[in-house]
Design a binder for this molecule. Structure first.
Ligand SMILES: NC(=O)c1ccc[n+]([C@@H]2O[C@H](COP(=O)([O-])OP(=O)(O)OC[C@H]3O[C@@H](n4cnc5c(N)ncnc54)[C@H](O)[C@@H]3O)[C@@H](O)[C@H]2O)c1
Length: 257
């Protein structure tokens, strides 16, 4: 595990991650577990999630075994039940990482109403309902931090997935509205905007030599944005180190946009 800052206020905190079983979410689960947080995460990828729990639990310095709760986020009742289960196990949730999404490519002309509904259910709807379920717990606890995950894709005018880019752009509206409604209760809401992050899925599906050249030309920084770089920003946004940051977007894209 790479060396990273330790935020003492994150130790023991009840953290809830959506899509925490693979990709960027796995880096979030691991990074918060290494801070001593009590991490619960939901995911549909059961095998990957269970393997992650075993790996992280075995790592040095991890005092609380992450709790995997199988859940399809398209099912809002199942999400609500998972939030309740996480709180029962770990106490009131004070960090919510709304990370889950799926960047399936699609052409506008092929989008049916059913497909649209499904993409919104996967990429957008659960974010609001996760916040709705968790915010009373943050109020009771005296504060908290919600991090909604955006994307540089629409900022870069990337085509080929209009339902996805629309859902990701919507994160900013939700962030700023909730930040206003809950800020006086010490609840902060921010959008974390990842650049092109080299998860295994991205490397397998999309990162061709041509894409590598595009990244090279686009980013101002050398090197690749890794899931751990996103997790580092999430730790900062969750911790008191960002105590007066709310209603903002924090971009981790190697200086591309
Ligand atoms: N990887 C990138 O380059 C990139 C770029 C910009 C934004 N993002 C954003 O970062 C976040 C994480 O991206 P990622 O690349 O790790 O995504 P990913 O697709 O690799 O992983 C998302 C996780 O969510 C889970 N998931 C998907 N659908 C689910 C459902 N219906 N119910 C429960 N879990 C479900 C998946 O199993 C997976 O573990 C997303 O919000 C994405 O939009 C990623």
């Amino acid at each position: 595990m790479q060396r990273r800052a330790i935020y003492p206020d994150l130790a023991g905190r009840s953290v809830f991650v959506t899509g925490g079983g693979s990709g960027i979410g796995a880096a979030l689960t691991r990074a918060f577990a290494h801070q001593g947080s009590r991490v619960a995460f939901v995911d549909i990828a059961e095998t990957a999630s269970r393997e992650l729990v075993e790996q992280v639990a075995a790592e040095a310095e991890v005092s609380h075994r992450p709790l995997f709760l199988p859940c399809d986020l398209r099912d809002i009742e199942a999400l609500r039940a998972a939030v309740a289960q996480a709180a029962k196990a770990h106490g009131d949730i004070t960090v919510l990482l709304n990370n889950a999404a799926h960047d399936e490519r699609h052409k506008l002309e092929n989008v049916t109403v059913e497909y649209w509904d499904d993409r919104v259910a996967v990429n957008q709807r659960h974010v609001l309902f996760a916040a709705q379920a968790v915010l009373p717990q943050m109020q009771r606890a005296g504060g908290g931090s919600v991090v909604n995950f955006g994307s540089v894709s629409w900022k870069l005018r990337q085509g080929g997935m209009p339902a996805y880019t629309m859902a990701k752009a919507a994160m900013h509206g939700l962030t700023r509205g909730l930040a206003r409604d809950y800020g006086k209760q010490h609840i902060r809401v921010n959008t974390l905007v990842p650049g092109w992050v080299m998860t295994e899925r991205q490397l397998t599906l999309w990162v061709t030599p041509e894409a590598e050249r595009e990244i090279e030309a686009g980013q101002t920084l050398a090197g690749r944005v890794m899931p751990e770089n996103i997790a580092d920003m999430a730790l900062f946004l969750a911790s008191d180190a960002s105590a007066m940051c709310s209603a903002q977007e924090f971009v981790v894209d190697g200086g591309w946009t």
